[in-house]
Design a protein around this ligand. Structure first.
Ligand SMILES: [Ca+2]
Ligand SMILES: [Ca+2]
Ligand SMILES: [Ca+2]
Length: 417
C-alpha cells in the first residue's frame, strides 16, 4: 500500500532519475565526438525513451547511445539491454594495392571532384577486367542495362558529383548523423569505399563517355550512408536503411559490409525487405581461408553471398569460406557462399573524382548486384522478380575453383551469355 508521502517520494525520485539520465546523456555526447556505445533497450515505455533519447524504435524496444552512468542506472531499474552489433566495410588493402591507390591519387593533382571538363581524369581502363569477365567479352568498350532498376548501396556514402555517377543518383540519405537518425539529401563519402562500390554497379562513363563503366550503367543509385568515415557501421542504422530502401522502391540492395556475428535487428529487417520482393547481395567477408569465415549479413540464406576471385579466376587467400561442402549442393543454405565475383585489383570511381584500385569481397558483391540489375525481370509476375533473378544468376554461373558447389565460390561466377 502506498501512502501519499510514499507516492510523493516516488514522483520526486522519478523526476530526479529523469534529470540524471538526460544530464548524463548530454555529458556522454559532447559536440563533435562520436557517441556510443549503442544499446538496444528492451522496453517501449515512453518514460525511458524520453529519458535516454531514441535513435530508432524497433519491435520490442529502441536503440540509444548510452554513457557508462546510464548503463548502470538502467540496470539498477532492471531493464534488459544489449549492445548493438557494430559492422565494418570490407576492403582488403594489400601493400601493393595501397601503393597503386596512392600513386593514382598523386598522379592526379587535380584530385578534387571533377566539376568541369577541364578537371576530367581518365581511368586506366574504361571497362576493367571485372566488367570483361562478367560480360564474358575481353573486347567490350562500354556496358548497358539496368534501365529503371533501383539499386540501394548501403555503405560509406557516395561522391554525388563524380562525372560517372552524377546522372545515376536518384536518392541520397545519411543514417549516421549523431543527432538526426535519417537525413535526406546528404550522403558525403569521405571514406571512398561507397563511391568505389557504387561505380562497379552503375558507373555510366559520364556525359563525355570518357569515364569508367559499371555492370548496369542505366540503373538508379539510392546512396544510403550507413557507415561512418572510419568504415564502422551500427546495426540499427543499417536495419533502418534496409527498411527505408524497401519502402522507397529499391529492387536490389548491395551491402559490402559485415561482421562475424549476426545482428537480430538486421536479420528482422532482411525478412521485411525480402517480403517486399527486393534482392539483397552482400560481401562474403575477407577473413579466409578458414572454415565458416563467411560474414553476416551475407551468411543469411535470404542474402546472396559473394566471395572474391582474381583476374585468373582463382580465389585469394583472404576471401572468406562458407560451409557449402557440408550442406546440400546447389541449394542455398545458412552460411553458404553463393557466388565468386571479381574482387582483386578492381578499378572504380573514387572519392576525389578520379579512380582507385581496391581489393576485397566488397568489390565482388557489387559485380553481382550490377548483374542482378541488368537481369531484373521487369516482366515477371509481381512478387517473384527477386527470386527469378536469383535463379537466373545461378543458371548463368560458370563453375570455378573446386568442381561443383564449393566453399569459396558456390555456384561460380555469373556471366552474361
Ligand atoms: Ca547467404
Ligand atoms: Ca548448400
Ligand atoms: Ca566450383
Amino acid at each position: 500500500m502506498s501512502t501519499p508521502q510514499a507516492s510523493k517520494n516516488l514522483i520526486f525520485l522519478t523526476i530526479l532519475l529523469a534529470f540524471i539520465l538526460s544530464a548524463s546523456f548530454v555529458l556522454a555526447a559532447p559536440a563533435g565526438s562520436l557517441p556510443g556505445p549503442r544499446y538496444f533497450i528492451k522496453t517501449s515505455n515512453p518514460f525511458w525513451q524520453k529519458s535516454l533519447g531514441v535513435r530508432h524504435i524497433f519491435e520490442g524496444g529502441f536503440t540509444s547511445d548510452l554513457s557508462g552512468i546510464q548503463v548502470a542506472l538502467v540496470k539498477i531499474f532492471g531493464l534488459e539491454i544489449e549492445p548493438v552489433e557494430e559492422l565494418h566495410i570490407l576492403p582488403v588493402l594489400p601493400e601493393e594495392v595501397i601503393a597503386e591507390t596512392i600513386e593514382k591519387i598523386i598522379e592526379n593533382p587535380t584530385a578534387k571532384p571533377a566539376v568541369n571538363i577541364s578537371a576530367r581524369v581518365s581511368p586506366s581502363d574504361q571497362t576493367p577486367w571485372g566488367i570483361e569477365v562478367i560480360y564474358d567479352n575481353p573486347l567490350i568498350a562500354s556496358t548497358s542495362g539496368g534501365n529503371e532498376i533501383n539499386v540501394a548501396v548501403l555503405d560509406s556514402g557516395v561522391l554525388k558529383t563524380h562525372a560517372d555517377l552524377k546522372n545515376r543518383v536518384k536518392q541520397c540519405k545519411d543514417f549516421t548523423n549523431a543527432k538526426t537518425p535519417i537525413k535526406d539529401g546528404i550522403c558525403d563519402d569521405k571514406n571512398g569505399h561507397g563511391t568505389h562500390v557504387s561505380g562497379i554497379i552503375l558507373a555510366d562513363g559520364g556525359n563525355d563517355k570518357l569515364g569508367i563503366y559499371g555492370v548496369a550503367p542505366e540503373a538508379n543509385l539510392l546512396a544510403y550512408k550507413v557507415c561512418g568515415n572510419n568504415g564502422s557501421c551500427w546495426a540499427d542504422d543499417i536495419a533502418t536503411a534496409l527498411r527505408t530502401a524497401a519502402d522507397n522502391g529499391s529492387n536490389i540492395i548491395n551491402m559490402s559490409l559485415g561482421s562475424d556475428n549476426e545482428s537480430f535487428l538486421i536479420k528482422d529487417a532482411i525478412g521485411y525487405v525480402v517480403s517486399k520482393d527486393v534482392l539483397i547481395v552482400a560481401a562474403g567477408g575477407n577473413d579466409g581461408p578458414y572454415p565458416v569465415s563467411i560474414d553476416y549479413p551475407a551468411a543469411n540464406k535470404l542474402v546472396v553471398a559473394v566471395g572474391a576471385v582474381d583476374e585468373a579466376l582463382l580465389v585469394p587467400d583472404w576471401s572468406s569460406l562458407g560451409i557449402n561442402s557440408s550442406t546440400s549442393p546447389f541449394v542455398v543454405e545458412e552460411k553458404d557462399m553463393e557466388f565468386g565475383g571479381p574482387g582483386v585489383k578492381v578499378e572504380s570511381t573514387w572519392k576525389n573524382g578520379a579512380y582507385a584500385v581496391l581489393s576485397g569481397t566488397s568489390m565482388s558483391s557489387p559485380h553481382v548486384a550490377g548483374l542482378a540489375a541488368k537481369f531484373w525481370q521487369a516482366g515477371a509476375l509481381e512478387g517473384t522478380r527477386a527470386q527469378v533473378t536469383r535463379d537466373l544468376l545461378h543458371q548463368l554461373a560458370k563453375d570455378l575453383w573446386i568442381i561443383g558447389d564449393d566453399n569459396a565460390t558456390g555456384f561460380g561466377l555469373p556471366q552474361i551469355k
